[in-house]
Design a protein around this ligand. Structure first.
Ligand SMILES: Nc1ncnc2c1ncn2[C@@H]1O[C@H](COP(=O)(O)OP(=O)(O)OP(=O)(O)O)[C@@H](O)[C@H]1O
Ligand SMILES: [Mg+2]
Length: 376
């Protein structure tokens, strides 16, 4: 990497003599100097050379220093996060000129007649800042690259976990068919119970993969006609055995909901996550009740879907946080027993991808209601 004394300084001044004077002052400190005598020449030169610092005269015949400064800063902003310090050299020391210069993006000023020692000191100091800025920017870019590689690798590994897990689930299912007759699903060692655990693992993997895709904007809903009653029925089939085992009654209610457009797979997984959470929220000794409801909000032209349970509810202090991925990490760090997974983060992102919203109402000890809307 270049050190600040190899820096290239561009001197822009219509007065050949004063440009030469600046060059002579800088050369002993091993700066490379390139010169331009008009605003247009300067802009043309900037297309070829990106200097480390610019010394810029304000009054020039074609484009004035303010305009050049603005264009330089614009160009730098467009081409990347680089930073080119600009020192304006001027005979004018008026306050207004300095303000205009600052507004145009100038980083410092030096007035004519030029104190050469001061000039060299200012150039050195700003090139040092530029040099630090550049290394910081390079480290940042490298970090971003490594982060992308790490994310990709994590995603590949998470994805590859699905194959052995699905194989395991198939074998467990075969085993469960054989053992269902004499092993109760409540028995922790029963294949049926273990299948429940692997089910949750698979959901966790799918949620994690989809959250990453949605955050990167890569997962767009695949819209199809939805008949919500039919989806509720599918969810009921999916959970009926588990609900029965836990003495939970699962009900569904659809009121005048027209066919609407949504991603069927995502919608099923949203409900799957909400109902699975609801089942786990119900204590063993309670007559559990979970209701799936859908209504049509005519005035706002949206479908309102809710999953209501009479489980142990959610403490108020967590209500605003349960849909956030980062809050979840914080809660875990605090050692909270609450919030283990990514199900609700997935639900929020999938619903927002449809242009909808999700909300929750809950009372500790009484139950919860998750409500989400989807545009009709
Ligand atoms: N219906 C509910 N009743 C009570 N608590 C709930 C309910 N739904 C969610 N929670 C709480 O919110 C937390 C976050 O739910 P989320 O679905 O995001 O993750 P998880 O269920 O812990 O794990 P995962 O869904 O990834 O298997 C849960 O751990 C639970 O404590
Ligand atoms: Mg969950």
């Amino acid at each position: 990497m270049k050190d600040e004394h190899d820096a290239t300084i561009m001197v822009i001044d219509d007065d050949v003599e004063s440009a030469r004077l600046l060059e002579c002052a800088l050369l002993p400190s091993n700066f490379n100097v390139v010169k331009a005598y008009t605003g247009r020449d300067a802009l043309a030169l900037l297309e070829e050379v990106l200097p480390d610092l610019i010394l810029l005269d304000i009054i020039m015949p074609d484009l004035d220093g303010f305009e050049i400064c603005r264009r330089v800063k614009e160009k730098v902003g467009r081409t990347g996060q680089d930073f080119i310090p600009v020192i304006m050299v001027t005979a004018l020391s008026s306050r207004e000129d300095k303000i205009r210069g600052l507004e145009a993006g100038a980083d410092d000023f030096i007035s004519k007649p030029i104190d050469l020692a001061e000039l060299v000191a200012k150039v050195k100091s700003l090139s040092r800042i530029k040099h630090l800025h550049k290394s910081l920017h390079e480290s940042y870019e490298e970090l971003k690259r490594l982060e992308r590689v790490k994310d990709l690798l994590t995603q590949m590994i998470v994805h590859d976990l699905k194959n052995p897990l699905t194989a395991l689930m198939n074998y467990l299912e075969m085993l469960a068919i054989k053992t269902d007759k004499f092993l109760s699903p409540e028995d922790k060692f029963s294949p049926r119970n273990i299948l429940g655990i692997t089910d949750r693992m698979l959901r966790l993997i799918d949620n994690l993969l989809d959250i990453t895709r949605m955050e990167e904007g890569k997962l767009k809903p695949d819209y199809a006609d939805i008949e919500i009653g039919e989806i509720f029925l599918e969810i009921e089939h999916m959970f009926s055995a588990e609900a029965a085992r836990n003495s939970i009654r699962l009900t569904r209610e659809v009121k005048d909901v027209p066919v609407f457009r949504a991603d069927r797979g995502l919608l099923v997984r949203i409900l799957e996550n909400l109902v699975s959470n609801a089942i786990r929220s119900i204590p063993f000794n309670r007559q559990g009740l979970i209701a799936m409801k859908a209504v049509f909000d005519k005035t706002k032209k949206r479908i309102v879907i809710s999953v209501i349970d009479n489980g142990y509810g959610i403490p108020e202090k967590y209500l605003g946080k349960i849909f956030e991925k980062f809050e979840q990490v914080r809660m875990r760090k605090e050692g909270s027993q609450f919030n283990k997974g990514l199900g609700l983060t997935f639900c929020r992102l999938a619903i927002e991808a449809h242009g909808g919203r999700i909300d929750v109402k809950s009372r500790e000890g009484r139950g919860s209601e998750f409500i989400f809307t989807l545009p009709a």
